[in-house]
Design a protein around this ligand. Structure first.
Ligand SMILES: [Zn+2]
Ligand SMILES: [Zn+2]
Length: 135
């Protein structure tokens, strides 16, 4: 039994890892496609277990909640066109973040920043379309 539940936990974890940032629906769709034996209840149960274990986390974005595997702290960029979520390293902005901590009278426990716009590949597609229109 122990072994079986570990395998299922791994399936859920790897699916999230592979999909990057995934909504519950996307995740369920993916797992049901590749691992028919894993039930919906099992997926939900393992999502809670993985969160309790600190292996995955749920991020709240304006476009909806997504799961990701726990990685070093980072910001998120969300594409308004295709909905793709990508990571932006916090490293380059560390001075800015330190400044916020230093100046604030409150005790900041976490800084969550999400940026919204048009991703690189959507922008390229858009440019190509415009080129064709011009010709
Ligand atoms: Zn996009
Ligand atoms: Zn992320």
């Amino acid at each position: 039994m122990q072994r079986r539940s570990t395998v299922q936990k791994q399936i859920v974890f790897h699916a999230i890892d592979l999909l990057g940032h995934t909504t519950t629906d996307e995740l369920i769709g993916y797992i049901r496609n590749h691992h028919q034996q894993v039930s919906l209840a099992t997926i939900y149960r393992n999502l809670s277990i993985l969160q309790e274990d600190g292996q995955i986390r749920k991020i709240h974005l304006e476009s909806g909640d997504v799961f990701e595997t726990v990685k070093p702290d980072h910001f998120h960029f969300v594409c308004n066109k295709c909905g793709k979520v990508s990571d932006i390293s916090k490293k380059e902005y560390q001075t800015f973040l330190d400044e916020i901590h230093r100046k604030s009278h409150e005790e900041i426990e976490m800084i969550s920043v999400s940026l919204y716009g048009i991703c690189h590949s959507c922008k390229q597609k858009e440019e190509k379309k415009n080129e064709k229109v011009c010709l």
